[in-house]
Write a protein that binds this ligand. Structure first.
Ligand SMILES: [Cu+2]
Length: 504
């Protein structure tokens, strides 16, 4: 579609009829490399990185995708099953997939270290490690492919999951733009001038996202100011003005309707796979019980409105009433925009849902984090080493750093095998940063210097002008990324390395 052509709104049915593949229907169009891909032989699972076309706001959108052996996004493992996967790259560009929250050896972590370069188009790479049970996900760590939806669920069932009489529902969230990630990043950094050289975003970011330029160029208006009640100063939210928010690849105008058993129980596995958007999960008329965060069990916490930072997961048990249809919303912080799915008893009518909430959501916060208590905490022990990491940066110039350094020009945080390690993250910015450590499950042990025996998880929100201390046992030697999971913060520098050798 040309720039000035008026977009034609197509219904889902019309797009289907036009031969454009819908999510999950015909996931990957033929690739020129397809015939060159050797047939994998030994792995339990084949995972294919490719491209697909979605319908978003009535228009086709070309995106990436990760399709498992059953033709559905991602991989689901049974209790005790190894993560023994051949990843076949049919995306026509190099890629590398990170198994977010899992604890593989560092060479299988899916991060583009010099020792583990991206997988060229047409190649296959094998993975074989013992997974940990829970709600995890996978995403590209190559360039900004994550923004183009190179993401999928990674669900590892436990024996208890199999025994329990409940329906499993996965809800994966995305932020979506018809502009390319490179365009979005260029817009954010255009006022930076010669402040510092921006890292090159690498290959694979030049996908044609479908119907072209949305034309408005109103990136700045996405920065919704909100008042920080404590300091009375404005905090920054939502760097990017997105075109849509997706729940399982669909918007609220045509949400996924999941048929449920009247009076049944659902385990809702929520995954925030957005690149730069944090959500409030709104269970509407229902109340849920949070039983796990980032795949790790917590003591039950009841709630109907739950914050979900970028890259985090929530497992929520929901007991359904006898009948009816129940929307599960995810509302963007600072905005009225929302997305979601519907849980509906078989036969229950599903009415049209308002695509916007009545009021702007407030910024997500630590209201849930404060209440979380791990079922499997670290053994009590004082840290052997404490690293302090200062989170710095601003909207203009648009650049974000850790300890004053910008990835890839960073000094690794050196630790030693066997240590109990604490990392104190001090946020000196007016924006919240969802911080993720690869290859380890850490425990949240202090918020603003106040100790707590918090959740074990892999991604934690560090609010503006706040501090979070995490602790973990150094039991998985290698090279590990520690970074903000806002993709645009990471791309402009907010990443460092935690490193330790295998030998004590
Ligand atoms: Cu950040």
């Amino acid at each position: 579609m040309r720039e000035n052509e008026k977009p034609t709104l197509l219904s889902r049915r019309q797009i289907l009829a036009s031969g454009v593949a819908m999510a999950g229907a015909i996931p990957f169009l033929p690739s020129t490399q397809a015939s060159a891909v050797p047939e994998p032989r030994t792995a339990n699972f084949i995972l294919t990185a490719g491209t697909k076309t979605l319908a978003v706001n009535g228009k086709p959108a070309r995106v990436f995708g990760l399709i498992g052996p059953n033709g559905k996004p991602g991989i689901t493992l049974s209790p005790g099953e190894r993560f023994h996967v051949d990843l076949v790259n049919r995306a026509d560009t190099s890629t590398i997939i990170h198994w977010h929250g899992q604890l593989p050896p560092w060479t299988q972590d899916g991060f583009p270290w010099p020792q583990t370069p991206p997988i060229p188009a047409g190649d296959t790479r094998s993975y074989d490690y013992e997974p940990i049970a829970g709600t995890f996900w996978m995403h590209s760590h190559q360039g900004m492919q994550e923004q183009s939806l190179m993401t999928a669920p990674l669900i590892v069932h436990s024996a208890e999951d199999m025994r329990a009489d409940r329906q499993e529902v996965v809800l994966m969230l995305h932020d979506f733009s018809f502009r390319t990630p490179d365009e979005l990043l260029a817009e954010l950094t255009k006022s930076n001038g010669s402040q510092r050289a921006m890292p090159k975003s690498g290959m694979g970011n030049n996908m044609n996202m479908g119907s072209g330029n949305m034309g408005s160029g109103n990136m700045g208006s996405g920065n919704m100011g909100a008042m920080n009640m404590r300091s009375g100063t404005a905090i920054d939210l939502n760097d990017i003005d997105y075109d849509a928010f997706l729940a399982n690849d669909r918007t609220l105008t045509d949400p996924e309707v999941i048929r449920t058993e009247p009076g049944g129980r659902v385990r809702l596995r929520l995954i925030n796979a957005a690149s730069a958007t944090q959500f409030w999960i709104d269970l509407g008329a229902l109340t849920g019980t949070v039983v796990a965060v980032d795949g790790h069990p917590v003591r039950p916490v009841r709630g109907a409105r739950l914050p979900l930072a970028i890259a985090q997961r929530l497992d929520v048990l929901i007991d359904l009433p006898e009948n009816g249809a129940y929307p599960i919303f995810a509302q963007v912080e600072g905005k009225r925009a929302r997305t979601g799915i519907v849980l509906a008893a078989s036969g229950a009518p599903v009415s049209r849902l308002a695509t916007e909430a009545e009021e702007n959501a407030r910024p997500i916060d630590l209201s849930l984090e404060h209440r979380l208590e791990s079922v499997t905490p670290l053994a009590p022990r004082a840290p052997d080493v404490t690293h302090r990491v200062v989170l710095a940066g601003a909207m203009a110039p648009y650049a974000w750093s850790l300890n004053g350094e910008y990835w890839p020009n960073v000094t690794p945080l050196m630790i030693a095998r066997g240590q109990r390690v604490a990392i104190e993250m001090l946020n000196h910015t007016m924006m919240a940063h969802p911080m993720h450590l690869h290859g380890h499950a850490f425990q949240v042990v202090a918020i603003n210097g106040v100790p707590l025996v918090g959740a074990v998880r892999d991604t934690v929100l560090v609010p503006p002008m706040s501090s979070i201390t995490i602790a973990f046992d150094a039991d998985n030697p290698g090279r590990w990324a520690l970074h903000c999971h806002n993709l645009y913060h990471m791309m402009t520098g907010m990443m460092t390395e935690v490193r330790y050798p295998a030998i004590i």
